[in-house]
Design a protein around this ligand. Structure first.
Ligand SMILES: NC(=O)C1=CN([C@@H]2O[C@H](COP(=O)(O)OP(=O)(O)OC[C@H]3O[C@@H](n4cnc5c(N)ncnc54)[C@H](OP(=O)(O)O)[C@@H]3O)[C@@H](O)[C@H]2O)[C@@H](O)CC1
Ligand SMILES: Nc1ncnc2c1ncn2[C@@H]1O[C@H](COP(=O)(O)OP(=O)(O)O)[C@@H](O)[C@H]1O
Ligand SMILES: [K+]
Length: 515
């Protein structure tokens, strides 16, 4: 798992690090890593470093200091470097001196012959002629959006841009953007990821993120939350072994859909069929439709007749009336792990007694989108979606999966996993029903609920991406992609599972050879 640390955690680690390594040494390590990445990008985009022009946007703190030292390193490799100082009186002194000694120059952002936007002619010129821009405006101390002069400079950038630590204007803790902010091609951060690199708009605006070691990693505490990678999902995805049969790999029950809306039942059941090897039971009014779409499913008309299952997926399309309420209550009283989605969440929000139907020892997964979250919590998740998900997971003693481009999954004990989709192909009706089926199947297979949610979300967003790009093994591949429906996403689930398992296999092979 890849850890993610809050600015406060990084600050205290920084203090411990500075007690044994002088601050200027750490800063130069950070700056060197920035310079290496700038040189890589310059070479990729322009064929070299020497003779290229680099403009540094330099703010009032150490983030600007990193940019200045990076400029000094790039100058030594033959680039022409101009620092545009947003706060000339507060610019990092040693960094400025280092840049000047290396032959770089510094100009004020608001210098002489300012244009109508207040930008000095030398600064405007430096930006116009640059082959690459380095964003050292603000880092971990950032508060709020970019200020007007910084925003105007950023607006003028038309060449590749490298952010130091984080894209300026993005909230470091939440990744939210409330005004002008940098969109980086590449962000070089230090020691570990911060929330803004993986959450919300920040994830997009960070571009490619490179984590550089500066010695701080060993000082960092347990991460605030974590990301699963394809290897972990591929290694953990349940597959049948030689001793397994259809029961031992997990029987999942799906209670979804209605006579009017059978689609939710077909999608959720199909996802369960495609996720794991065990048996899928369906219980509800869409039994005929489910049977004809998925002949392998054992379908009955009601949850009472469904037979034994190891876990339930419940909710999509069951309605919020008395029959939906009875279905949810039955499933909760079964004492099995439950993934409750869609109408189930509304039922929990509307009827407090529903919580009493739960077996306190059976895990409950709730999978709201932002609107359903607001029903459950009394207010929307707000900018800090990690805190919001964690709060409800703890207060409801449930696993809370908050859907969106960045999905946040919180366990009742405070652990959090995040899945950043990095594309939005699954923003299509019915794709949530597919996710519910995947989670239920993994719960039935005995996967720990937090991981079940993490694996399912990872495979779900990968399936959407593969389907949109025609990379499901049936031809029609496309780099640009095209919109898909939930059925196409569902059809791509086996391709996504194969892809993560292949990645895990490729990673395991060299490890085995080396041992
Ligand atoms: N941790 C690590 O491992 C290492 C960390 N290192 C580096 O240190 C950086 C943190 O440096 P830092 O503490 O000096 O603060 P920093 O972010 O530069 O802000 C400076 C000032 O900007 C201002 N400002 C605030 N908001 C603003 C806005 N929206 N728009 C414009 N300006 C805004 C505000 O000043 P004000 O103008 O309000 O007086 C604030 O005080 C960190 O990100 C990393 O790059 C590396 O050197 C070594 C390894
Ligand atoms: N913009 C987006 N980017 C990536 N994934 C998204 C986006 N919008 C929605 N999703 C994902 O698609 C699914 C939609 O679920 P949901 O809102 O319950 O849809 P439905 O009720 O139509 O099935 C969730 O897994 C969610 O995380
Ligand atoms: K920055």
């Amino acid at each position: 798992m890849q850890g993610v640390w809050t600015p406060d955690q990084v600050r205290s680690a920084e203090h411990r690090l500075f007690a044994r390594v002088p601050e200027p040494t750490v800063m130069r390590r950070a700056a060197f890593a920035v310079a290496v990445q700038c040189a890589r990008l310059l070479t990729e985009r322009t064929g070299g470093v020497a003779g290229r022009r680099v403009a540094l946007l330099v703010g009032a703190g150490n983030n600007g200091g990193d940019a200045l030292w990076a400029g000094a390193f790039l100058r030594r490799r033959g680039a022409g470097v101009t620092a545009v100082l947003l706060a000339p009186d507060k610019a990092h002194e040693a960094g400025l001196e280092g840049l000047r000694r290396a032959g770089g120059r510094a100009v004020p952002a608001e210098g002489a012959n300012a244009d109508t936007a207040g930008i000095g002619s030398e600064a405007a010129d430096a930006l116009e002629r640059a082959d690459l821009v380095v964003d050292g405006i603000v880092g971990l101390a950032a508060r709020g959006p970019l200020r007007p002069v910084a925003a105007e400079l950023v607006r003028r950038v038309t060449v590749p841009l490298v952010s130091v630590d984080l894209p300026s204007g993005v909230d470091p803790m939440t990744g939210s953007v409330e005004g002008p902010a940098v969109s980086a091609d590449l962000t070089v951060t230090f020691g570990g990821l911060k929330p803004c690199h993986v959450l919300g708009a920040g994830a997009v605006r960070s571009g490619e993120v490179v984590v550089a070691g500066v010695g701080i990693t060993e000082e960092l505490p347990e991460p605030e939350f974590a990301l699963l990678d394809a290897v972990e999902v591929g290694e953990g995805w349940p597959i049948p072994g030689p001793e397994d049969d259809k029961y031992s790999t997990g029987v999942v029950g799906v209670a979804a859909g209605s006579a009017t809306y059978p689609g939710a039942a077909v999608l959720a059941t199909g996802a369960a069929v495609r996720a794991t090897a065990g048996m899928v039971r369906y219980a509800g009014p869409a039994a005929d439709e489910v049977r004809s779409a998925w002949p392998e499913v054992v379908a009955t008309g009601s949850v009472g007749d469904a037979g034994r299952v190891q876990a339930w997926s419940v909710g999509p399309g069951i309605g919020t009336g008395s029959s939906g309420r009875d279905v949810l209550r039955f499933v909760l009283e079964s004492g099995r792990p439950v993934c409750a989605d869609a109408d189930s969440i509304t039922l929990f929000a509307e009827d407090d007694t529903m919580w009493d139907a739960r077996d306190p020892d059976a895990p409950l997964v709730l999978t709201p989108h932002a609107g359903e979250f607001a029903r459950l919590a009394g207010e929307g998740p707000g900018a800090d979606r990690v805190a919001a998900a964690r709060g409800i997971a703890t207060s409801c003693n449930a696993f809370l999966l908050l859907k969106g481009n960045t999905t946040v999954i919180a366990a009742p004990d405070g652990r959090v996993l995040v899945n950043d989709a990095r594309q939005a192909w699954s923003a299509t009706a019915g794709s949530g029903d597919v996710l519910t089926g995947l989670i239920g199947a993994l719960l039935a297979a005995g996967v720990e609920p937090l991981l079940a949610c993490g694996y399912a979300t990872h495979v779900h967003s990968l399936a959407a991406e593969l389907a949109a790009h025609g990379k499901t093994g049936d031809g029609g591949r496309s780099e640009a992609g095209a919109p898909i429906g939930a059925s196409a996403l569902l059809a791509a689930v086996p391709a996504a599972v194969r892809a993560v398992r292949d990645t895990a296999l490729r990673t395991a092979a060299p490890r085995a050879a080396a041992s």
